[in-house]
Design a protein around this ligand. Structure first.
Ligand code: SF4
Length: 293
């Protein structure tokens, strides 16, 4: 049975409430264009900061996921068909907000024959036509049943960064990530590099679910063995009452240590910090010089 951390939220994990006009502008643009974000659906603690500085991560293909990860607050169930107007609304958002680095993610769509890859491609290419200078990071599901087809489709959109999160160490998959295959996720990152050519790949690991340091180090080595370039390491925070409990709050100093460890292992872009999330400061060119906070 998973252990539970009994203490209160430590002071370094308390964040100020959102403030300023930037937050309101982002919120109203998303509302007007009826776009979903993972910032809201995952109850991300960085929303105040990210939205205030005019950045967000759009959640395409609906807000109902065909899987049910216990660390995630996105609703599980039977999603509707992809919305053909979504790509245009996304392009409008990008233009209105002046976004030059756009992160797009989606729920799992095991109900679609390509796992939703064509919709990713269409979103990227539609935004690119409207806002030609935009760079794209796509954070995808594992396309478990349709990996080859999905990657061939995504090759028609060629993002700057292809991200797929392993999320945690393999021993915790049965608790946190049922229905996912750790080795399959590594294989997807490897194949993405082969099929998509000159792109960067990226993954993300959450700490505080009960993993050991040795397991995390092995996971980082596994990611490097498939030439994964970029990495975020952050603190797991329970996003909803139904989600998994936090087992441990990792001290900020330990994230400094993970930052250095990951850089030593060869990742070219690393962000290890309590609030590091896959898309947090994704647009920054060089995270290796950013101090983990
Ligand atoms: S870190 Fe990512 S998911 Fe969280 S608020 Fe920022 S853009 Fe949204």
């Amino acid at each position: 049975m998973q252990k539970k951390h009994k203490g209160k939220l430590p002071p370094w994990l308390k964040r100020p409430l959102p403030a300023g006009g930037g937050f309101g502008r982002t919120a109203s643009t998303l509302d007007q264009l009826q776009l979903q974000t993972i910032c809201v659906q995952a109850n991300c603690p960085n929303r105040g900061e990210c939205w205030s500085r005019g950045t967000t991560t759009v959640l395409i293909l609906g807000k109902i996921c065909t899987r049910n990860c216990k660390f995630c607050s996105v609703a599980a169930g039977k999603p509707g068909p992809p919305d053909p107007t979504e790509a245009d609304r996304l392009a409008e958002m990008t233009a209105r907000m002046g976004i030059n680095y756009l992160v797009i993610t989606s729920v799992n769509r095991d109900d679609l024959p390509d796992g939703g890859a064509a919709h990713f491609r269409d979103c990227v290419n539609t935004v690119r036509r409207r806002c030609p200078g935009t760079r794209f990071e796509i954070l995808t599901p594992d396309f478990m049943a349709s990996e080859e087809r999905a990657l061939a489709t995504l090759a028609e959109a060629l993002p700057f960064v292809f991200a797929h999160n392993v999320e945690t160490v393999p021993s915790l998959y049965s608790v946190a990530r049922q229905g996912h295959d750790y080795r399959g996720s590594l294989a997807l990152l490897k194949k993405a590099k082969e099929v998509l050519g000159p792109i960067q790949t990226k993954s993300s690991v959450m700490l505080g679910l009960g993993e050991s340091d040795d397991e995390v180090i092995q996971t980082l080595r596994d990611l490097r063995s498939v030439q994964c370039d970029r990495l975020t390491i952050g603190q797991y925070l329970k996003p909803s009452p139904q989600s998994l409990d936090v087992v441990e709050y990792i001290q900020p100093d330990k994230f400094h240590w993970w930052q250095e460890k990951a850089q030593d292992l060869g990742f070219s872009w690393v962000f290890a910090a309590p609030f590091a999330r896959s898309s947090y400061f994704a647009e920054q060119e060089n995270m290796s010089h950013r101090q983990a906070v």
